[in-house]
Design a protein around this ligand. Structure first.
Ligand code: GLU
Length: 448
């Protein structure tokens, strides 16, 4: 292991003792970068790693809002502007009770490399709030979004920082936030947010993009393995946007999805969650006040396992699409014992570093989040392009670009790993390919 890498990991741990998720990502990324750092002694002189693990700017603010009964609530709002070397800060907003500085710093750090890997000019950022949307009415969601944007608007802009959705933030929330931004700024800066509705500057395919992208990326892996999706069984976690997009594409590719999950438990549907009616039900579930996946089991008469995760269910391909740290070493052992061949990350950091290492050691091909789920942010960058051109591409045009981007992400990851003699290692390859561009841009821009 490279001594400089080791020192920076240690220093990051000492400096951020209460940020386990952030440290997990920093350790994973920097460890795989060791062979690159070996070749570039100038990085240490420029304190490049110390700089890359430190956000350029961290904004923390109070969000006060009123519920339907008139009661006042206070949440914490965040925006981490992590790295702007290759473009405006770009990344989603997450509304989830588990949100804290550690979670957002891990997501923001990941985003730097993911965004770079798309080959588009976007820096890395992330934000959100510990607000819990479960059980909240539409009016409450609107008031929260307005309160959140009342502060956030002074920090963002189409050339500064461009937020989007993430867990708990979809088209509806982006709409309310865009409305509030426009009201306060009196300016039609539609490039300030992505994931907008189609009537006010959104891009076709953006809602589907993350899920579609996972499958386009997986398809490149299949080609590399001389394999196909036809007849394969898939286990997915989550029920939101990513899960919905992935299931839509898996269905088109001839695969069968047997599970979805949420914080209440998981659903097992042996007939396959693949009919248009079942897929459309996921949208209803996400728009409901309860957001409980048991509703799906009741609707279609299948089994619901309260409080459990789906990793014990046998499948060929596993795609976690829910949230971070769903898969520890015990779950990884189950997945390997089930005879899995492929594991693609629709969610960000769904598995521990130990679990990913276990997959790789046991011959499961790992498509890491920053490559596999980069389709969402890639189409966000295409949305920014369309907004600045004041023009819209057709569905076919966006889809073709997304396919092309996902193929390039796969091929660039493979090439980067091969350059360092690492073989078909998509995890190291994604980190290296993402890092190289950002590192060169940072060096070129001098100390900052
Ligand atoms: N939240 C998504 C991600 O994790 C999308 C971000 C964006 O579109 O800016 O990449």
């Amino acid at each position: 292991m490279n001594a400089y890498v080791e020192r920076v990991i240690k220093e990051t741990a000492a400096k951020n003792p209460n940020e386990p998720e952030f440290l997990q990502t920093v350790t994973e990324v920097l460890t795989t970068l060791a062979p690159v750092i070996d070749k570039h002694p100038e990085y240490e002189e420029a304190a490049l790693l110390e700089r890359i693990v430190e956000p350029e700017r961290t904004i923390i603010f109070r969000v006060t809002w009123q519920d339907d009964e008139g009661k006042a609530h206070v949440n914490t709002g965040y925006r981490i502007e992590f790295n702007g070397a290759i473009g405006p800060y770009k990344g989603g907003l997450r509304f989830d009770p588990e949100v804290n500085l550690s979670v957002l710093k891990f997501l923001g750090f990941e985003q730097i490399f993911k965004n770079s890997l798309t080959t588009l000019p976007i820096g890395g950022g992330k934000g959100g709030s510990d607000f819990d949307p479960h059980g909240r009415s539409d009016a409450e969601i609107m008031r929260f979004c307005q309160a959140f944007m009342t502060e956030l608007q002074r920090h963002i802009g189409p050339n500064t920082d461009v937020p989007a959705g993430d867990k708990g933030v979809g088209g509806r929330e982006i709409g309310y936030m865009f409305g509030q931004y426009r009201r306060i700024r009196n300016s039609y800066d539609n490039g300030v947010l992505t994931g907008k509705g189609l009537t006010y500057g959104g891009s076709l395919i953006r809602p589907e993009a993350t899920g579609f992208g996972v499958l386009y990326y997986a398809n490149e892996v299949m080609k590399h393995e001389h394999d196909s999706f036809e007849g394969k069984t898939f286990v997915l976690s989550g029920y939101g946007n990513v899960t919905w997009g992935a299931i839509t594409k898996i269905t088109e590719f001839g695969g069968k999805v047997v599970t979805i999950s949420g914080k209440h438990g998981y659903v097992y549907d042996p007939d396959g969650i693949n009919t248009p009616e079942k897929i459309a039900y996921l949208l209803k579930l996400r728009a409901s006040k309860e957001r409980n996946v048991k509703m799906y089991a009741d609707e279609f008469g299948c089994q619901f396992f309260p409080g459990e995760k789906p990793w014990g269910v046998k499948a060929d391909v596993y795609i976690p699409c829910a949230t971070q740290n769903e898969i520890g070493i015990e779950e990884a052992k189950k997945i390997v014992a089930n005879g899995a061949k492929y594991y693609f990350e629709g969610a960000n950091m769904p598995a521990s570093n130990e679990a990913v290492a276990y997959f790789q050691k046991n011959g499961v091909i790992v498509g890491p989040a920053k490559a596999a789920n980069a389709g969402g942010v890639a189409v966000s960058a295409l949305e920014m392009s369309q907004n600045s051109m004041r023009y819209s591409w057709s569905r076919e045009e966006v889809d073709a670009k997304l396919k092309d981007i996902m193929k390039n992400i796969h091929d660039n990851s493979v090439a980067a790993a091969e350059r360092y003699g690492l073989g078909y290692d998509l995890v190291a390859g994604a980190n290296i390919a993402g890092f190289e561009k950002v590192a060169e841009a940072m060096l070129a821009q001098g100390l900052f």
